[in-house]
Ligand binder design. Structure first.
Ligand code: NAP
Length: 329
């Protein structure tokens, strides 16, 4: 019997309790593949699970962690042999299936992507779900024929996980990036990722009754929702697109049909969770090859399981800069 360390979330009378416990691989659910996890990462959704926010995790006690990268230690799938380095993200991992904040996970083979050549376990989790989601946003913008000569691309929540990777990917592809942030002290960080202009969050936070605003952005990536997203849609240039993936400000937005029917604006939805495995794998390969980022370490803050509780508070307050890498070995 192999025992391992796991971050453990329980509901208590006075709120959610977090601790690091010893578990056994025999306690893990049935599955085709047993993975020894070397790295995970902290995503906003893990914070929601650890805080007991409805809609992510039904039953506690639970080990969150929607991301995991590690080495296969047992497998009933001949296409995924023992010893292979793999990435597991999304699907039910860390939601109602024990997740990457434990040193072992057991999952269906349909959730497992072999590590693309050129990406290390560590690099894959600096990117994690947030990084893959940023890549999916960029991919969708390119599918809509977004091109640098059309004008600047706005990234909201720019110092966050999705935002940081989106800024870096777009800048590397030659786009002029305008980074919107609520953090007044992170200009150097965002410039380092490739942002040409940095604007304060308050400039787009006001509710406006006007159905359309001056067109300022060719395209956008939005991870925040709410009034900011409404204003972004109203401020897109004709034929502009916004890829939307998040809800840290609000899960709703309020616009008329006018930007769509008078400017041909497009809203592109991005889901990294239930996306078919081949779409995930294609984007992991891009992140390892032509979209490879040289400045990944500049985005990373490393924590171990014992430090996760503090990092969870920080991400739920919108205070994280870049990506929180969780080292399990
Ligand atoms: N659709 C998908 O498959 C998918 C995948 C990954 C993530 N997501 C979602 O995308 C969002 C971002 O995830 P993440 O992991 O990047 O989170 P994160 O690291 O916490 O980044 C979110 C950033 O948004 C900004 N922000 C925070 N609170 C805000 C508020 N009230 N109003 C406006 N901006 C605010 C902050 O950046 P600044 O201080 O720089 O403004 C913050 O760092 C979350 O809602 C997450 O659930 C969805």
């Amino acid at each position: 019997m192999t025992s391992f360390d796991a971050f453990w979330v329980e509901r208590a009378d006075d709120g959610m309790r977090h601790q690091v416990v010893t578990r056994n691989v025999d306690d893990l659910p049935e599955g085709d593949v047993l993975v020894e996890v070397f790295y995970s990462s902290l995503n906003y959704k893990d914070g929601m699970s650890a805080k007991g926010i409805l809609g992510v995790t039904r039953d506690y006690p639970h080990t969150p962690g929607i991301d995991a990268a590690g080495i296969i230690r047992a497998s009933s799938d001949p296409t995924l042999p023992v010893g292979e380095e793999v990435i597991v993200i999304g699907f039910d991992l860390g939601m109602n299936t024990p997740g990457g904040f434990g040193q072992y996970i057991r999952v269906p083979s349909g959730w497992v992507v072999p590590m693309p050549a050129g990406l290390s376990l560590r690099e894959s989790m600096i990117l994690g779900t947030a990084g893959l989601t940023a890549a999916l946003c960029v991919e969708k913008l390119l599918w809509m024929n977004a091109a640098p000569e059309q004008g600047p691309v706005l990234v909201t929540g720019a110092t966050g996980g999705v935002g940081s990777v989106a800024v870096a990917l777009l800048a590397n592809l030659g786009f002029e990036v305008i980074a919107m942030t609520g953090k007044t002290d992170q200009n150097d960080y965002l410039s380092g990722l490739g942002a040409e202009t940095i604007i304060g969050r308050e400039s787009l936070q006001e509710n406006s009754n006007r159905p359309m605003l001056k067109p300022l952005y060719a395209h956008a990536v939005d991870a925040v929702g709410g009034p900011i997203l409404s204003n972004v849609i109203k401020s897109l240039s004709p034929q502009g697109s916004v890829a939307i993936c998040g809800l840290v400000a609000s899960s709703s937005f309020d616009v008329s049909v006018l930007p769509f029917i008078l400017r041909g604006v497009n809203v592109l939805g991005v889901d990294s969770v239930e996306l078919p495995l081949e779409d995930k794998a294609r984007n992991w390969t891009k992140l390892a090859e032509e979209w490879r980022l040289a400045n990944l370490e500049a985005m990373a803050t490393e924590v171990e399981l014992g430090g996760l509780s503090e990092s969870i508070e920080k991400i739920m307050e919108g205070g994280v800069v870049g990506r929180t890498l969780v080292r399990l070995r």
